[in-house]
Design a protein around this ligand. Structure first.
Ligand SMILES: [Zn+2]
Length: 452
């Protein structure tokens, strides 16, 4: 397994080196490839003397490398929530001009957004839950910028402080000006209980240095769903049976049945739906996302069933989990990815430029992560209506090659363990399949309402 991943990495390195060279020859900006390479093999980036070609090309190269090197200097080292403050410690000093702040509203929640640029985080997204706020999210927004979002249900007045290489932001409920005010006061000039209305307005309407936009969110009519195209990808097929589970049941059959049910549900709600396979046929991994790209799909959902690591775990391993693509770290993600990738690991070296481009698009990773969260939550809600004990294994990230080429939010769902006697039976039960399908459809809708 480890060898497989090492091999993966080496191919990735080779492809990235190729892409950097190609970009430079074509006069395109190779920064994102360099940054990607830097995360895998820092020793290969930056030190190589660059050949001079035309003036404009070398200029572009210079600006690209200065951006990435200063971003490299300001790398997020640690985060800490303490005494009502979020402390972010970086490897280099921060100046006021590096930080931008604005406020967004989403679904009645307030999002306090801080963009720091140039800066880098060593992960795709970090979520912090705590008292007094809904969630803090820290992510690489684009190759240069990191975004810190403090989401709260009630408005408050955050203050940020920079000292050297540390950025501190106050969290709700602490310190000066952190009075928890009623929800509506950020967007509407309503009288705020307990405070004279004029003062409250002034206090809450401009809590930030730059208020960019406070968009209102209206829920979409269901006819709007017609605008969305979903490509469903039942895993495996034909000569590739996928996991073989309890009573020799095959993954490829279970996932096709669920995908077909899901197609029905989504079509009845107005979505455009395509399947990468409608029958028991073998389809190479890269053709699956290529198909989704050709259909200009808004969502790519690969459906799989899990298998326990060993016979010993057949009764222990169960539950539903949803993956999005990343250079995953956890052993579990690597194991599952190795199983799902194994059918045609040889394909990787033929991966195209476009495929890599989307691997490295962090915004897409964040969108896929959000989609995965909505899908996971809604699937669990749906199946637990009837099957209360279904285990929630959560949202995870993993290096799934089937997701690599997708140009849209893409996730891989493991709908259950085909090696578990009860789950295997359920995966072939049309009623259970329908609950799963409804949950997935609800998850897609939920994502659209929150993000589109
Ligand atoms: Zn599979």
């Amino acid at each position: 397994m480890k060898g497989l991943l090492e091999q993966n990495r080496e191919l990735q390195v080779q492809s990235l080196l190729g892409l950097i060279k190609a970009s430079e020859t074509l006069g395109l900006d190779p920064t994102r490839y360099k940054n990607a390479l830097k995360t895998i093999r820092p020793d290969l980036v930056g030190e190589r003397p660059e050949k001079r070609t035309t003036k404009s090309q070398s200029k572009r190269k210079q600006s690209a490398s200065s951006v990435s090197s200063s971003g490299q200097k300001r790398k997020l080292l640690s985060t800490k929530v303490e005494n009502g403050q979020l402390h972010l410690h970086f490897s280099g000093s921060i100046k006021n001009g590096n930080l931008r702040h604005f406020i967004l509203e989403r679904n009645g929640n307030v999002l306090y957004v801080y963009d720091l640029s140039p800066a880098r985080v060593p992960y795709s997204i970090k979520r912090i839950r705590g008292e007094g706020f809904k969630e803090i999210r820290i992510a690489q927004y684009d190759p240069k910028k990191i975004r810190i979002v403090i989401e709260t249900t009630k408005p408050y007045k955050p203050t940020s402080r920079i000292s050297g290489s540390q950025l501190s932001i106050t969290l709700p409920g602490y310190g000066k000006g952190a009075s928890a005010l009623p929800k509506k006061s950020t967007t509407k000039s309503k009288t705020v209980t307990g405070l004279p209305s004029k003062k409250a307005k002034a206090k809450t309407a401009l809590p930030a240095r730059t208020v960019q936009s406070v968009p209102k969110e209206a829920s979409l009519p269901s006819s709007m769903l017609r605008r969305y195209t979903v490509v469903l990808d039942p895993g495996h097929g034909g000569k590739d049976g996928g996991a073989v589970g309890y009573q020799r049941r095959k993954e490829k059959d279970a996932v096709l049945a669920v995908a077909k049910q899901l197609k029905k549900v989504l079509r009845s709600r107005g979505f455009n739906v395509y399947l990468t396979r409608e029958r028991d046929v073998f389809i190479p991994l890269k053709k699956r996302t290529r198909y989704a790209n050709r259909k200009q799909a808004d969502f790519f959902i690969s459906i799989h069933a899990n298998a326990a690591a060993s016979r010993r775990n057949y009764l222990k391993s169960k539950g539903i989990e949803t993956y999005f693509l990343s250079r995953a770290r956890s052993g579990r993600a690597k194991r599952v990815a190795a199983i799902e990738n194994s059918a045609e690991i040889k394909d990787i070296d033929r991966y195209t430029k476009d495929a890599y481009l989307s691997v490295l698009n962090r915004e897409k990773i964040i969108e896929s992560n959000k989609l995965a969260i909505d899908l996971q939550r809604q699937m669990l809600t749906s199946v637990r209506k009837k099957y209360k004990a279904v285990v929630d294994n959560g949202v995870r990230e993993g290096p799934f090659w089937v997701l690599v080429g997708a140009q849209m939010p893409a996730v891989l769902i493991e709908i259950g363990y085909i090696t578990h006697p009860t789950e295997a039976r359920r995966l072939f039960n049309p009623y259970y399949q329908k609950l799963l399908a409804e949950g997935i459809a609800n998850g897609i809708e939920s994502y659209i309402y929150h993000n589109k």
